[in-house]
Design a protein around this ligand. Structure first.
Ligand SMILES: Nc1ncnc2c1ncn2[C@@H]1O[C@H](COP(=O)(O)OP(=O)(O)O)[C@@H](O)[C@H]1O
Ligand SMILES: [Mg+2]
Length: 590
């Protein structure tokens, strides 16, 4: 993982390499335009010395023609330079954005528990945007300034070495105050933006909770508090304006002071005949170019540093190691293995809580085609078991096998294709019903999706939605009840047609009709599949081939409903608490 600013360069170079041709053209255009800019000084010299002083019309014409020609080449060069570098900024940041996202989606879930997802989002969006704008503008300015000030410096010495030394020594005197006040202005304008933003969010909150504000008749308090925020923002703005005014005054003073100094020193040389007027004009031109170049270099220096920071954060993400690795020899024909699962003395702690065992020496064998129901209090480790089967995490101790092979040796994609999951709170993506069911198998055609929905008893309610299968299920979309969401999830799992089924039953009581339909759908889904079900309903328990009671990551008992009622106190208590409500809605009145 890159840690120093310098190590950012190598991976970034990797992203630039495919565009060597564009970079080459860009650099050529940059050199040409810088050369032209520098030659303007020579043009100036020519005009002054030979046009006016020499009083020759032909020479004047020549000089003007020269400048016009230079302007045309300059225009073409600037167009090329600007287009290519902006293009490069956009292209490279788009490539980085995609690469980072492609890597991130394949990372193990534990990564997202130790890195906040908001952080990752902001790296993907704002860091890449920052990079794009900096490559596209600041870096370009930096390169251009570096080249033109180097050129200007050389031309200064070529024109008049003595005068150049004076310029070099006075330059810092002029630049330092400009840099100092410039930095102040930048900091204050950032503060200014922040305080305006906080005024905005204050108003936003009041408006959002307007009923509470009015109900408590706190309008007066809010007006005073908002007024304070506004005044604070104004105070910051006032400071910024004052600094900016000082900066402008200094710049004017410095520029004209420097000009006068050069005119004075240079003018004496011209009078003494040691220098031509044209040389003095060219000299002032190059000095100005140098000062502008240095000033803009210092201006964008901070930006380039920020770009390095952004790149570093992106590269960290890009090189974050994947922790779920498949051990060789890798078994890819997972679909040919029998759909049996075993846990042998599996112990597992979440990376964020290494001292607490979510599973503790857990053992269980799930035979092919059987239904195993897991029951136990919340926090017992039931969902953790599901995560381990899907290899979102690897256990620290013990062995987990699929088809009598250690799952660490199975190709991850092929393993997961064998497994279907119906979650307690099924995830629905922004998109229509069709899209959400098809998530189970992307190549399914519309008829297959509808068939799955029918099998999941979801077709009825889907057809009654405002736009049927085209109804949007996103945040702004139609609201589905818990039972309807579950049936969408079941249809999705049916479409995937997995051999192992992991079901997390909804805890909140579904309405009687939904309950019945979800049950039918589940019965259809479970047929012929090895099923593990986190059970909250009596009906499920009664149908299971085996019931496993879990507590604190351990298996505390196993057997049938009747056996466990008499032999296990925890089960009897759970049954009394959880399943009594079920009994009441066991024969639905519809
Ligand atoms: N992502 C996680 N990070 C840290 N601890 C977790 C995580 N998920 C669950 N746990 C903890 O692991 C234990 C088992 O949780 P879980 O498997 O979700 O229980 P259940 O599904 O039986 O309610 C609990 O103590 C829970 O707090
Ligand atoms: Mg759970």
């Amino acid at each position: 993982m890159p840690t120093s600013k310098l190590s950012v360069v190598a991976p970034l170079a990797g992203f630039l390499r495919p565009y060597t041709l564009q970079i080459g053209f860009f650099l050529t255009a940059l050199l040409v335009t810088a050369g032209i800019t520098l030659s303007i000084g020579q043009g100036l010299k020519l005009i002054i010395d030979q046009g006016f002083v020499g009083q020759s019309i032909e020479r004047l014409n020549l000089a003007v023609l020269f400048i016009m020609g230079a302007a045309v080449i300059m225009a073409v060069g600037t167009y090329t330079r600007f287009y290519l570098i902006s293009w490069l900024g956009e292209r490279v940041s788009a490539d980085i954005r995609s690469s980072v996202f492609n890597h991130v989606v394949s990372l193990h879930p534990a990564f997202f528990e130790t890195n906040r997802s908001g952080d990752i989002m902001s790296r993907l969006t704002s860091d890449t945007t920052l990079l794009q704008s900096i490559i596209g503008s600041s870096l370009s300015i930096a390169l251009r300034s570096a080249i033109s000030s180097t050129g200007a410096l050389i031309m200064l010495f070529v024109t008049n070495a003595m005068l150049s030394l004076i310029v070099i020594f006075t330059l810092p005197l002029i630049l330092l105050p400009i840099l100092f006040f410039g930095r102040n202005v930048r900091n204050l304008s950032r503060q200014s933006q922040d305080s305006v933003a906080s005024v905005g969010s204050y108003a936003g909150e009041v408006i959002q909770h307007i009923k509470t504000v009015q109900s408590f008749t706190q309008e007066g308090l809010e007006k005073r508090a908002f007024g304070d925020e506004v005044e604070r923002a104004f105070d910051v703005a006032k400071k910024r304006i004052a600094q900016r005014a000082v900066l402008t005054a200094i710049v004017i003073l410095a520029i004209f002071g420097a000009l006068s100094a050069m005119l004075w020193f240079g003018g004496r040389d011209v009078i003494a005949g040691e220098m031509t007027g044209g040389d003095l004009g060219a000299f002032i031109f190059y000095a100005t170019l140098l000062a502008l170049g240095v000033a803009s270099l210092s201006e964008v220096y901070g930006e380039v540093q920020r770009a390095a920071g952004a790149t570093e954060r992106l590269m960290e993400l890009l090189y974050a190691p994947k922790e779920i690795v498949t051990h060789s020899p890798i078994m890819t024909k997972v679909q040919d293995l029998p759909a049996v699962l075993t846990f042998k003395n599996v112990s597992f702690s979440y990376p964020s809580r290494p001292d607490e065992r979510a599973l503790d020496e857990f053992s269980l064998a799930i035979p092919e085609g059987k239904v195993v129901a897991l029951v136990g209090p919340s926090g017992a480790g039931k969902s953790t078991l599901f995560s381990l089967i899907q290899r979102f995490y690897d256990p620290q101790l013990g062995l987990l096998t699929f088809g009598n092979h250690d799952i660490k040796t199975l190709d991850l994609m092929h393993l997961r294709r064998q497994i279907g999951v119906v979650e307690q709170q099924p995830t629905l993506f922004t998109g229509d019903v069709m899209y959400n069911i098809r998530y189970g198998r992307s190549d399914a055609n519309d008829e297959e999706v509808i068939a799955a929905a029918k099998a999941a008893h979801a077709d009825d309610f889907i057809c009654r939605l405002p736009e049927g299968y085209k109804s949007n299920l996103g945040e702004q979309g139609v609201r589905l009840s818990g039972g309807q969401r579950q049936r969408i999830a079941i249809a999705r799992a049916l479409l995937k047609n997995p051999r192992i089924l992991l079901l997390d039953e909804a805890t909140s009581a579904l309405d009687a009709e939904s309950e019945q339909k979800v049950q039918w759908a589940l019965d259809k889904l479970m047929r012929g599949r090895t099923t593990i079900i986190i059970a909250h309903r009596l009906a499920t328990i009664l149908h299971a081939d085996q019931i496993v009671v879990m507590d604190s990551g351990r298996q505390v008992a196993a057997g049938s409903h009747r056996e466990l009622l008499t032999t296990n106190a925890m089960y009897a208590r759970l049954a009394a608490l959880q399943f009594s409500a079920d009994a009441a809605i066991d024969d639905p009145a519809d």
